[in-house]
Unconditional design. Sequence first.
Length: 219
Amino acid sequence: MRLCRSLCPMVLTLALAACAGDAGRDRVAMRASIDDTVYGAPIAQPRYAARETQYVPSRRTTLAPGEAPYRLDAGDRLRVVVFGQDTLSNTYAVDANGAVAMPLIGQVNARGLTTQQLSSAIAGRLRKNYIRDPSVAVEVETHRPFFIMGEVTFPGQYPFVARMTVQTAVAIAGGFTPRASEKTVTVTRKIEGIPRRFTQPLHYPILPGDTITVGERWF
C-alpha cells in the first residue's frame, strides 16, 4: 500500500510531462508549417483566381490626339528665330515637298518633324559653316488646314481652329445636308506617314491636316 502511494505521484508527473511534450511538439510543428507557408514555398493560388487578360488598344486609342507631339507637314507656317541673326529670323512656310527654304542653308526638311527637331536640324546646318554656336527656336504660327467633304453644305478646305471638334468643323462647313448621317463621321489622318481611316463621333477632336468625310444616312 505504501509502495502504491509513493508510485502514484511519480506516474502522474510523468504523464503530465509527456502531455506537455506532445503539446510543445505540436506547437513547434504548427509554427514550422506556418513559416514554410508564409516564408518558404509560395502559397498556391485559389482555383477561382481571375485569369490575366491582355490589353488590346482600340482604334480610338490609336487615333487619340495629344498622345504625341505635333508633327509638321505641308501647309504649316512657322516662325523661326535665330537669336542674334535678324536676317535669318522670319516666317517660313512648309512647302509641298515638306521643306522650308532659308537663307544661307537652303532647303531644310520639316515633314514629320516636331518643332524641336526642326530647331536642331536648322542649328546643325548653321553650325557647320556659318555660326559657331547658333540658338534656334521654331514655333507654329499658322497650322495647316483641315478638309471636309461629303454631306455638308460647303465641302472644301478650311483653316484650322484651336480645340476644334468634328461638330465645329461641320458648322464651319455650313452644317449637315438633309441626307447626312449625323451620328458619326470618317476621319482620315496620317499616322507615321500612313493615311488611316477611323469612324468617330461628333465630339471627337480634329487635328490640322485631317480629312472629315460625312456619309449619307440610310433612311
